[in-house]
Design a binder for this molecule. Structure first.
Ligand SMILES: C[S@@+](CC[C@H](N)C(=O)[O-])C[C@H]1O[C@@H](n2cnc3c(N)ncnc32)[C@H](O)[C@@H]1O
Length: 288
């Protein structure tokens, strides 16, 4: 099995440049500067280009917003879905991970080409709902689980902005592990699972999540919620230490009784001018 590198082709986002542990990106009509611990190299664009940015995130925990484009909320489109990125102090995250778009494209292709009308998908650690709305946009019934109430409200706002209020989505604020254990007891089954656990996280009641300690057992719990005819699993992680080979091993071991194929690799962003790749996260997929 070879390591695959997937890059985003979502035209609403561009990695314009990176270097000196920073990145310059276009999110729709906003150009942003944020820290990027993996950008060990030198920027390829002159400093004047970086000075044209609309907002800069200072690691002291706040956004410095220029006059050209002072709005702190705006819209981005992915097919018929609308996302609302926001500049919120105390976080450099803007509510969307564009490097995940190859997963959204792939999910939509798998769901539509399955020819099945009743696909049930579980999106764990779902954040602002990008994967949830992508799956729901092609008819899947989605259960979205995240521990953070603000994240789930933001996801519901994206659903409204996408005029997908009637889409079959269940929004759940809960600890992912507790939720999956309950689904097993309830004999609830899913055809597909998407998860993007943080390296370290807390559930609503302070439940500790540590990926290296829990991911293998958690994947086995997730497998127990799959139907007898599962379609796919997507596991993504943002973890500086781990390698995608490790995720490939976990997913292959988890699904070894179910046939199908596992793949693994990296999600990366490709710079518009230099073509240089910025590694963002690692993933493993299983498909029927
Ligand atoms: C990296 S984000 C996921 C990004 C998402 N996959 C996307 O592409 O938009 C991780 C999410 O996990 C949630 N989280 C952290 N610990 C959790 C837990 N124990 N149970 C459920 N959600 C948790 C956080 O609230 C956050 O929204």
């Amino acid at each position: 099995m070879n390591i695959e590198i997937l890059t985003s082709h979502w035209t609403e986002h561009e990695l314009l440049d990176s270097g000196n542990r920073r990145k310059l990106e276009r999110f729709g009509n906003h150009v942003l500067i944020r820290s990027e611990p993996k950008a060990w190299w030198k920027p390829s664009l002159p400093e004047d280009e970086w000075k044209k940015a609309d907002a800069v995130y200072e690691d002291s925990g706040r956004w410095i917003v220029g006059n050209r484009n002072p709005t702190r909320e705006w819209l981005m489109r992915y097919g018929k879905i609308s996302f609302q990125p926001r500049l919120t102090d105390m976080s450099k995250h803007v509510g969307i991970f564009p490097e995940q778009s190859p997963h959204w494209d792939w999910m939509i292709k798998k769901i539509t080409s399955s020819g099945r009308k009743d696909i049930k998908l579980l999106n764990l650690f779902g954040y602002t709902g990008a994967a949830t709305l992508a799956a729901a946009s092609c008819g899947a019934g989605v259960t979205h689980v995240d521990a953070s109430k603000p994240s789930v409200s933001w996801a519901r706002r994206n659903q409204e902005l996408s005029k997908m209020e009637t889409a079959p989505v269940r929004w759940i604020i809960d600890d992912a592990v507790k939720f999956v254990r309950r689904e097993i007891r309830r004999n609830s089954r899913y055809d597909a699972i998407v998860l993007d656990p943080p390296s370290f996280g807390r559930g609503p009641d302070g439940e500790i999540w540590k990926a290296e300690e829990s991911i293998a057992e958690f994947m086995d719990l997730c497998r127990q919620t799959l139907t007898d005819n599962p379609l796919f699993i997507i596991l993504t992680m943002y973890n500086l230490e781990a390698s995608s080979i490790m995720l490939g091993n976990i997913v292959s071991d988890t699904m070894k009784q179910s046939g199908g194929t596992a793949s693994f690799g990296e999600l990366a962003l490709q710079e518009k001018t230099s073509g240089r790749m910025l590694p963002m996260s690692i993933y493993s997929r299983w498909e029927k």
